[in-house]
Structure formats: C-alpha cells, structure tokens
Design a protein around this ligand. Structure first.
Ligand code: CP3
Length: 344
C-alpha cells in the first residue's frame, strides 16, 4: 500500500506528526490565487479552465508542502451540469435559478449528460495527478445532496436553508425526488473523479447542522451511506472523508452509519470531545478555528498545539474547522504548519 501520510491516517494509523492540509487552501488569502483568478476572468471561468484550476490547486502545495491537494472546483458545478443556471455575485456568493417544482426536478438532465459540462473538472484531476509531488494525496469532492439541495431550492446560500425545510414539509415528494436525483448524480460525478485520478473523496455537508431528529437520518446519513457504498463497490478500498458540519452529537456514529473512513469536525466541538466520542471510532480530521489564521500570535501556536495534542492518541488529519478566510495572513499558515510538524 501507499506510504502517503494522508492515506495512512485514513487506514487508521496513528502518526507521531499528523498529516496536514486546509479547507480552501487555494483561495483569496493567497496573492498568487488572486492573480490567477484575474487571468481566468472570474471564479467560474477558473473552475472550468483545467490548466488554471490545476495551477491554483498547486499554489499552496508549492508554498507550504501540504500533505493533500484538493481539486479546485465548487459543489455547485454539479447542479449546473444538471441544467440549472449558476452565477456568482461579487462579494455575495453563489446564486442559482431556483428548483422547487416537480416539473423542474423531472426536467433535470439525466446523469449521463453531466459529464459533458464537468469534463474540464476531470481534466484538472488528470493534470494534477501528473504534476503533484509523489507524497501529496489528491482529494476529489462533491457537496452532499442536502447541502446542494439547499442552494438549488433557495437560489442562494448563507442563512437560506429555510426554503429547503419548507419544501420538505410542504411537498415531500418533490423534495425527496430532488435528494434522490442528487444522490445518483453525485455517485456518477465522484466515480468519474476517481477514474480521473482522485485518491480520496470528501463529501461536504455544510448545512447538516440544520437537520434535526429523523431528518438527520433521512437526509444526511442515508444519502451519504448510499453514495459511499456505491463508490466503494466501484472502487474497492477508496477512502472517503465525510463532513456533516455542525452535526454536534450527530458526529457520533456517523462513520459507522455511512461507511466513511474519516469524519471531519468543525470547531463548534472541542478537540477533546471529538477525540473521546468520534476518534475512538474512526480517523478524525480537524479542527483549528479559522480565525486564528487572521489573528495569529501566541494564540495561533497554542491552539494549533492543543488540537495536535488532543488528537495525538488516534488517527488524525490536521485541518481547520471550516475554510480559511480571505483576510487570513499567509505567514500565519506557515506558522501553523511549523507548529504541527514540530510535534505539537
Ligand atoms: O477547499 C478548497 O480549496 C477546494 C475548492 C472548493 C471551493 N468550494 C472553492 C471556492 C471547495 C471544496 C468548495 C466547497 C463549497 N462550495 C462548499 C462546501 C464547503 C463550505 O465552505 O462549507 C460550499 C457551501 C460551496 C458554495 C460556495 N462557493 C459558496 C457559499 C461560496 C461563496 C463563499 C466564499 O467563500 O466566497 C463559494 C465560492 C468559492 N468556492 C470560492 C472558492 C475558492 C471563493 C470564490 C472566489 O475566488 O471569489
């Protein structure tokens, strides 16, 4: 088997120095990212320009030597490939044509048709497979059906899961049909990413925390379990990281119920809690609060060491609790990595 540190952690190995990468490591806090995005024209053009998307994926690897590179793309490219309009308002985030009726769900393009739109994403992975250092793990990803559905239903993000909750309540059949279509399409999309060179898959369920009670089972656990089972049947041994963000107590048992090899935790739970309740079951990824990369100083070093130490008795991938923000200082990222690699 491979000696890459990320793959060893995902197989359950406890390492004296954990592997490290960061959500949104290719992003606006890096001047070289901003320059390449300007060259591409805008964010979406960057996602669909394979050469430039590979370039921004590689930038943080060159600068910091992270143990993993994550494909540069977005979770909303899949609904776009299913035929729904997507655009980004500067400073405000994504906007989508809304999808709320039975006719609109039935009118989504068939699974086979998504690959035409998504071909540049697969090409980005092929370039990365060729260009990445031998020790760097290549991570592919998709949004989980619930999170993608919240954007499709509301037509926007942030505090807008209300629309998805309303559709779930008022037109259950349409809501469930949408979740089913997204589950199937996500399997095809991720499977194509693996064929193009992704070694690990991460499933982002950013709004899992807004699901309560039986809905957690039905719309976070079940779709993830279905996707993971299908991927592992087609690609035996493929490791999968699940990120049911802000799931709280729902993190416990999530890996067992879905078949994930690792659970990524946000910073609303303490590393000690996650070590006790989640890491005893499975590899954990996380969970430094992203604001430390803005504020830096002694707090950054102390908190980085705290996370490393709290998770040192089990399999761990060091990461943030959510994506790095555009106002982070690139030098603080280096300080964080040094603190991780000095052994906490
Ligand atoms: O982690 C990585 O660096 C890989 C690439 C990646 C992006 N988005 C690039 C991106 C990944 C894995 C995502 C996932 C994603 N996209 C999620 C799930 C993770 C999370 O953050 O909760 C969600 C909800 C989206 C949808 C999305 N895309 C939003 C809400 C936004 C706007 C918020 C923001 O940060 O501006 C985006 C835009 C986006 N996706 C950017 C990047 C680098 C910033 C766009 C820019 O350069 O202007």
């Amino acid at each position: 088997m491979s000696e890459k540190k990320i793959l060893r952690a995902l197989r359950g190995e406890v390492q004296p120095v954990p592997p490290v990468w960061m959500m949104r490591q290719a992003g606006r806090y890096l001047p070289e990212y901003r320059a390449t995005r300007a060259e591409a024209g805008d964010f979406l053009r960057l996602c669909y320009n394979s050469e430039l998307a590979a370039e921004v994926t590689l930038q943080p690897i060159r600068r910091y030597g992270f143990d993993a590179a994550i494909l540069f793309a977005d979770i909303l490219l899949l609904p776009q490939a299913l035929g729904r309009e997507l655009w980004f308002e500067t400073g405000e985030g994504p906007r989508m044509e809304t999808t709320t009726s039975a006719a609109e769900v039935a009118g989504l393009r068939p699974d086979e048709a998504i690959h035409e739109t998504l071909a540049p994403v697969y090409q980005t992975l092929r370039i990365l497979k060729r260009e990445l250092p031998a020790e760097t793990t290549l991570i592919g990803f998709a949004g989980a059906p619930w999170t993608v559905a919240t954007y499709m239903i509301a037509g926007r993000g942030k505090e807008e899961q209300a629309g998805a909750h309303r559709l779930k309540r008022e037109d259950r059949a349409t809501f469930e049909a949408l979740i089913d279509r997204l589950t199937g399409a996500t399997i095809e999309y991720l499977s194509a990413q693996v064929e193009a060179g992704a070694e690990v898959i991460k499933l982002f369920d950013s709004w899992a925390g807004s699901l309560k009670g039986q809905d957690v089972q039905d719309f976070a656990v079940k779709p993830a379990a279905k996707i993971i089972a299908a991927l592992k049947a087609r690609h035996p041994g493929l490791p999968v990281i699940a990120f049911p963000r802000e799931a709280g107590a729902g993190y416990i048992g999530f890996a067992g119920a879905t078949g994930a090899d690792c659970v990524a935790v946000d910073n609303s739970v303490s590393p000690e809690w996650a070590a006790e309740h989640v890491q005893k079951e499975i590899c954990v990824q996380g969970n430094l609060a992203p604001h430390h990369l803005v504020t830096g100083g002694e707090d950054l070093i102390r908190e980085t060491r705290h996370v490393v130490r709290a998770f040192s008795k089990g399999p761990h991938i060091f990461n943030l609790g959510h994506g790095i923000t555009p106002d982070a200082d690139p030098d603080n990222v280096q300080r964080m990595i040094d603190a991780v690699r000095e052994g906490g």
